[in-house]
Write a protein that binds this ligand. Structure first.
Ligand SMILES: CSC[C@H]1O[C@@H](n2cnc3c(O)ncnc32)[C@H](O)[C@@H]1O
Ligand SMILES: [Zn+2]
Length: 431
């Protein structure tokens, strides 16, 4: 079905930050086939026309670091430091996670992401075949990695085998909406030999790699004590760092680390909400972006954030860099919007999304900007970044398909997801 969206402000997130007022956007075969002012009779070329007066179209957000099924652990363990939170609360509860839990927890995350305007995301977790099923049902674009942790021996091979099985079954599935990556968790849960093995396998199949890297000062101190080098240097020595690598966090990085990340063309994912809640620190993303490193944005899992709201991450990212640099020009509107869209698409290897342009995939959201907090309208992009609400997202379109219309999710059963999740959470936490 072809679709024409008309009379909207269109934020393109293109190179020059173009905004088209009273614009029209045509969609055919999943792609944007018209972008510009409404022209007479244009509507006759499309099967359906949606009138969007006072509304704003922009690219869907790309959440470049998440653990979807962790919605099941939302509000389970708060106000703790990373290592205490992870090893004493999260890992033990995750040992009780089942396939069913992963499916419904992932579905809940997708429901929340779609409602907040996210059209693509990256995941590292367990039971990823179940997450892939949920993604296929939802229609969201997803880069999925089975989390890998290991020291040596058989154990490491069994997890990597699972990751390869996931790759064979789902990579480029759902009309290309699902990708599979390799996901070594971190330098503190994987031995150097294990990281080397993952790097070798990734090279063989040309897969993307995602890893938590230098999330805290403690991680760096322990790594230097144990291996005599920083996590970035260790990951580089293992052969893990290249233009297909997604490095989440990069909070505790020094000049040499950042130079390595730049040289290897690593994609860094900034997770300001999680970094603040776990008191991990503030990533020097302005410095890294100024060096030319591709910086994307992510929420991290719902247990360390505690939501999957990309608009909140956008605002937090901008404010945090202004505060630490004492420079209000740090991470201005256009830059932070790109981090949440086109930079994320690049990081995840989704080449055809993140920007509104003819020929690109129609991965779009419509925000109802006819609300008090968007007025007066001097600058639509600023209004969205600094005073917008994710609950104002009314339409979500992915590959030209309506996933949400007037706030109603079309592809998933919202009521059932909430019911199943509550049942599973009660079962998990009561054992
Ligand atoms: C092995 S699957 C992924 C693994 O990552 C854990 N996790 C979630 N958030 C973080 C974070 O901020 N730093 C490190 N690890 C994190 C999650 O609980 C899973 O066990
Ligand atoms: Zn994470």
């Amino acid at each position: 079905m072809s679709l024409l969206l008309k009379n909207a402000s269109i934020i393109t997130c293109d190179e020059t930050g173009t905004v088209i007022e009273d614009g029209a956007l045509g969609i055919r075969d999943g792609l944007i086939d018209y972008l510009g002012k409404y022209e007479n009779e244009l509507h006759k070329k499309y099967d359906r026309v949606i009138e969007l007066k006072q509304k704003t179209i922009m690219p869907g957000f790309v959440n470049a670091h998440n653990h979807a099924a962790m919605t099941l652990l939302r509000n389970y363990a708060d106000d703790m430091k990373l290592m205490d939170w992870l090893f004493n609360k999260i890992f033990p509860l995750e040992d009780r996670l089942t396939e069913e839990g992963a499916y419904w927890g992932s579905s809940l995350a997708m429901l929340e992401m779609i409602k907040g305007g996210t059209t693509s995301y990256c995941d590292m977790y367990m039971f990823m075949d179940k997450t892939a099923e949920a993604a296929a049902q939802c229609g969201i674009k997803a880069s999925l990695g089975r989390g890998l942790q290991g020291e040596s021996g058989d154990d490491m091979d069994y997890r990597i085998s699972e990751a390869l099985e996931l790759y064979r079954s789902f990579h480029k599935g759902s009309d290309g909406r699902i990708r599979v990556n390799l996901a070594p968790h971190s330098v503190y849960t994987c031995s150097p030999a294990y990281l080397e093995k993952v790097a070798r396998v990734a090279r063989e199949i040309q897969a993307s790699v995602q890893i938590h890297l230098s999330e805290t000062g403690d991680e760096v101190t322990n790594c230097v004590e144990k291996y005599g080098m920083s996590p970035v240097k260790l990951a580089d020595k293992a052969g893990l760092l290249n233009e297909r690598t997604i490095a989440a966090h990069c909070v505790a990085v020094d000049d040499e680390d950042m130079e390595i990340l730049r040289e290897r063309e690593v994609n860094v994912v900034h997770n300001p909400g999680s970094n603040m809640k776990l008191a991990s620190g503030i990533s020097p993303v302005k410095t890294m972006a100024d060096m030319g490193i591709n910086i994307a944005l992510g929420t991290d899992g719902a247990s360390s954030n505690n939501n999957l709201d990309m608009l909140e991450e956008i605002r937090t990212a901008s404010y945090l860099q202004k505060v630490i640099s004492k420079d209000p020009t740090a991470l201005p509107v256009d830059q932070v919007l790109k981090m949440a869209t086109v930079n994320g698409a690049k990081a995840l290897g989704f080449e055809n999304t993140g920007v509104i342009r003819e020929g690109m995939a129609a991965d779009l959201i419509v925000i109802n900007t006819q609300k008090p907090w968007y007025y007066p309208r001097y600058n639509t992009k600023s209004a969205i970044v600094y005073s917008g609400n994710s609950s104002d997202v009314e339409y979500v379109i992915i590959d030209g398909r309506l996933i949400m219309e007037k706030g109603e999710i079309i592809t998933m059963d919202e009521e059932r997801i909430l019911y199943e999740v509550q049942k599973i959470a009660e079962r998990m936490s009561s054992i």
